[in-house]
Design a protein around this ligand. Structure first.
Ligand SMILES: [Zn+2]
Length: 524
């Protein structure tokens, strides 16, 4: 059977399975790919060459938001994007998205394939799709039962990337675990976040010499105890990767942002945060996220994707050189961005998407415009109008991600009430021991009223809250989703929150949408 025939048979199969999923209201984000890959196992290898570009986003947290933002930027620049936007990020999910994008004449509808890839699936997906640009967000402990060792996950990425010698890597410089993937290749661009509200000049970027530890001890934005001078990480947050990836020495930090993210160096071997090509600073996060991105221009500029360069589908690919004046190598310029997103962690997502979009030649003004009108995906601090108040829905799945969500909500003024829904199904991660590593102690804050525990592990989570120091009279258990929301609606609070693990998320979104209404957020 010829490859062409097999692929088309697989395409037909994928369509039939997708139609059946639709008929039975089963989410068809992965199953069509599972079945079609049985018909044509190398379908992804066969489909990806038809795209102008293949891009991939991987890492622990922020993959979905980063990929969605980048897709949004590219579409605003007139480049249609095929994208596994529903979070099905293993090989079958990727295949499903590509099958969906394929027309019967064998051509894709889109010009760019943007693949969100599960950390455990980079081997299979990268080998099949051969992305030319890979974004790595961060590595935090996530679902230990699937990836019992972070080291193994990182080794897997290293191996997958080594097989793509021509790919450009867009890496989070603030994460020593991500930087270890670099391995001295030429095509690497780094993004990172500067010390709060200090411009590049005061952060010593661009000075090759080792920077002095800041006089104030260098505590980052969280105001943790100064860890920098001692070289031992502070204990107030989860820091997985605080050891040098080259020699194993404890890293010294000039400052932390969260998790192990920050400005670090190894006093033994010289491993350090690389110089930033894209540096975020001047960050303010209220209703809107505002930030400046300091961009280090390189003379080798990519072709410019501007709205004006958009061509009708089927037209020729305009690989014209940028008309923008490119600064000499090493010179920096500023790009101010505003996005309807909340939470400091989103700074990294906007930054990663911006870095990748710039590498692909998207113009500054398209990125600025697109960032302003971005709409967050389900459960990424998504707002609903519920019980006459604003109710924010957020996904939690690991300690670092949960801590960032908790911090963001504690910083918001007013009295708060929460539902926290914990499931332990396969997609959530069977092992819920991560709950004990997250900083739920901050819910003892006087601004927090009731915390309603829901989900399959509601009772275990209530115990966890008790040990975290949340007063007993504030803890309530209501495992069922509708009951938990009824209890939430009954609370006297200015702001309501629902934090949910993956398998609870979409049902809560649906319920909140039905009982209340989604609030459109736009930056104008
Ligand atoms: Zn070292």
């Amino acid at each position: 059977m010829s490859a062409w025939f097999r692929l088309n048979l697989a395409l037909l199969t994928a369509r039939l399975v997708a139609a059946a999923c639709n008929l039975f209201h089963y989410p068809g984000t992965s199953l069509p790919g599972v079945v079609a890959l049985n018909v044509c196992p190398n379908a992804v290898n066969l489909m990806t060459p038809a795209y102008e570009r293949v891009l991939a986003v991987t890492g622990t947290n922020g993959k979905t938001t980063t990929a969605n933002l980048l897709a949004h930027f590219l579409r605003a620049a007139g480049r249609p994007v095929a994208h596994n936007a529903m979070g099905a990020n293993m090989l079958p999910g990727v295949a499903t998205a590509l099958f969906q994008d394929r027309q019967f004449n064998g051509q894709p509808r889109s010009r760019i394939a943007l693949l969100e890839v599960d950390e455990g699936s980079v081997g299979k997906v990268f080998a099949a799709a051969r992305p030319e640009l890979v974004i790595v967000t961060n590595y935090f402990r996530d679902q230990l039962d699937r990836y019992w060792e972070m080291e193994r996950t990182i080794a897997l990425l290293r191996e997958a990337v080594a097989a793509l010698p021509r790919a450009t890597l867009v890496l989070n410089a603030d994460d020593p675990l991500v930087v270890a993937v670099d391995q001295g290749r030429a095509q690497v661009r780094y993004f990172g976040v500067l010390k709060e509200n200090r411009p590049v000049s005061e952060n010593g970027i661009g000075q090759g010499a080792q920077r002095a530890v800041a006089a104030d001890g260098g505590a980052g934005r969280q105001g943790c105890e100064p860890a920098a001078t001692t070289g031992t990480a502070s204990t107030c947050e989860t820091r997985e990767g605080r050891f040098c990836q080259r020699c194993g020495t404890a890293l010294t930090y000039n400052y932390f942002h969260f998790g192990q993210l920050g400005d670090y160096f190894c006093s033994n071997c010289g491993f350090r945060r690389p110089e930033l090509d894209y540096a975020a600073w001047g960050i303010s996060e209220n209703e809107l996220l505002c930030m400046s991105v300091s961009i280090r221009d390189t003379s080798a500029s990519a072709p410019d994707y501007d709205a004006a360069s958009a061509v009708p589908l089927g037209g020729t690919v305009p690989l014209r050189k940028s008309k923008q004046q490119t600064a000499p190598d090493g010179e920096r310029r500023e790009l101010k961005l505003t996005a309807p997103l909340r939470g400091f962690f989103n700074v990294y997502n906007v930054l990663a998407a911006t870095a990748a979009a710039k590498e692909l030649g998207v113009s500054d003004k398209v990125i600025q415009f697109a960032a302003r009108c971005y709409k967050p995906a389900t459960g990424r601090m998504e707002d609903f109008e519920f019980a006459g108040r604003r109710c924010t829905l957020a996904l939690i799945k690991n300690p670092v991600g949960a801590n960032e969500v908790l911090k963001t909500l504690i910083q918001t003024g007013g009295a708060k009430a929460l539902v926290i829904a914990i499931n332990d199904l396969a997609a959530d991660g069977r092992d819920v021991s991560w709950l004990w590593d997250a900083d739920f102690a901050c819910l003892a804050d006087p601004s927090v009223g009731k915390v309603i525990c829901a989900g399959l592990r509601a009772a275990d989570f209530a115990v966890c809250l008790k040990y975290a120091g949340v007063p007993l009279e504030r803890i309530e258990v209501a495992p069922e989703r509708p009951a938990s929301l009824r209890r939430l609606a009954a609370q006297q609070a200015d702001k309501l929150y629902v934090l949910a693990t993956y398998t609870n998320l979409f049902d809560y979104a649906r319920l909140l949408g039905r009982l209340g209404s989604a609030v459109e957020q736009h930056a104008h």
